[in-house]
Design a protein around this ligand. Structure first.
Ligand SMILES: [Zn+2]
Ligand SMILES: [Zn+2]
Ligand SMILES: [Zn+2]
Length: 333
């Protein structure tokens, strides 16, 4: 992500709501893809309706009372009759907006399912019986189906998410990671059949029995030596999961390298080829891990990019380039 600053010179963050130096109300303006002060904007901007009603959004809109570009993707918001869900929702919104920023930054097609009948995207933020007895009989797993990304809101609870991370033996589990992964399933629906053969060669047959594969994975774990072929153990569960994991990592790498360059942490030109960017990412991720270890934290990026994974990332990169939006897709932001 780019670095932003207030007109007074103070640094602003993507989730800032006010400038800590001059006190100006600030927010994100999607038309310029930047953080800005609310006053002196032309055209005038207003807070998103989800800011006025719930305080969970810092994006601006051009017409008072509207939902912002990002909030127009929400089909189901957390049940706010439970007080704790407001905080969880705010965390979910924050991660969702970071995902949306990256998708727009990559010029990918991105339209709310409320505004199109084909290949739109929506989000359901739902709770189930595992975290709230009020929802007895309901089970909602984080996942993607027919244009809808579902996130169990308990994932926005640090204790619950960390418990699940340990239970399923993962190194890394975050809201942003979930969202980036699920968006990979969405963009897979944009893949032309001409890419099919190459996809199968790299990831395997996406039509392999999904339910059976997942059951096998959860019963027996990943195959031994999975590290040589996959970015994560879960990627070995099914070719579609391998794709979504690879896609998610492509977005991680894109965003972190962008942030590192924008803040001055990384001064090498990432260059035009994916191979060069992956090479630099290898160096940068070591720096990030060492920085974290210096303050006693776990690794920022606990993954190894082997040559098979690099080929998969290169495939994602070629696909992303073919997906670049036509100018007409950009209307209505
Ligand atoms: Zn300021
Ligand atoms: Zn909003
Ligand atoms: Zn998945």
């Amino acid at each position: 992500m780019k670095s932003f600053s207030c007109d007074c010179g103070q640094r602003l963050f993507f989730d800032s709501e006010a400038c800590v130096k001059c006190g100006a109300v600030v927010g994100f303006d999607v038309s310029t893809m930047s953080m800005c002060r609310r006053e002196n904007r032309d055209p005038c901007v207003f807070p998103c309706r989800n800011n006025e009603e719930f305080g969970v959004c810092n994006w601006f809109v051009e017409r008072a009372g509207d939902y912002c570009f990002a909030c127009r993707f929400n089909r189901t918001i957390p049940d706010l009759s439970f007080e704790r869900n407001l905080t969880r929702w705010k965390r979910l919104e924050n991660a969702k907006k970071r995902l949306i920023y990256t998708l727009l930054d990559l010029d990918l097609p991105l339209v709310s399912g409320f505004e199109t009948t084909s290949q739109g995207l929506l989000f359901d933020f739902v709770e189930d019986e595992r975290s709230n007895s009020h929802f007895a009989g309901e089970v909602h797993n984080t996942g993607y189906s027919s244009g809808v990304i579902t996130i169990n809101v308990a994932e926005a609870d640090d204790v619950a998410r960390e418990a699940e991370r340990i239970a399923v033996n993962e190194y890394y589990r975050t809201l942003l990671g979930h969202l980036r992964h699920e968006s990979g399933h969405h963009y897979a629906t944009f893949m032309p059949m001409t890419n099919h053969e190459e996809f199968v060669e790299l990831f395997g047959d996406p039509d392999e029995d999904y339910q059976a594969s997942l059951e096998r994975y959860y019963a027996h774990g990943p195959p031994s030596g999975w590290q040589e072929n996959f970015i994560s153990a879960y990627a070995s569960a099914h070719p579609s999961e391998d794709w979504a994991e690879s896609w998610g990592h492509y977005l991680h790498i894109h965003d972190v390298m962008d942030t590192a360059a924008s803040t001055g942490l990384w001064q090498e030109d990432p260059g035009g080829t994916i191979e060069e960017r992956i090479r630099q990412w290898g160096e940068l991720s070591v720096v990030l891990n060492e920085l974290n270890r210096s303050v006693g934290q776990t690794d920022t990026y606990p993954f190894v990019l082997n040559s098979n994974v690099k080929e998969k990332l290169a495939f994602v990169d070629r696909f992303v380039r073919t997906l670049k939006r036509s100018p007409s897709d950009q209307a209505g932001r």
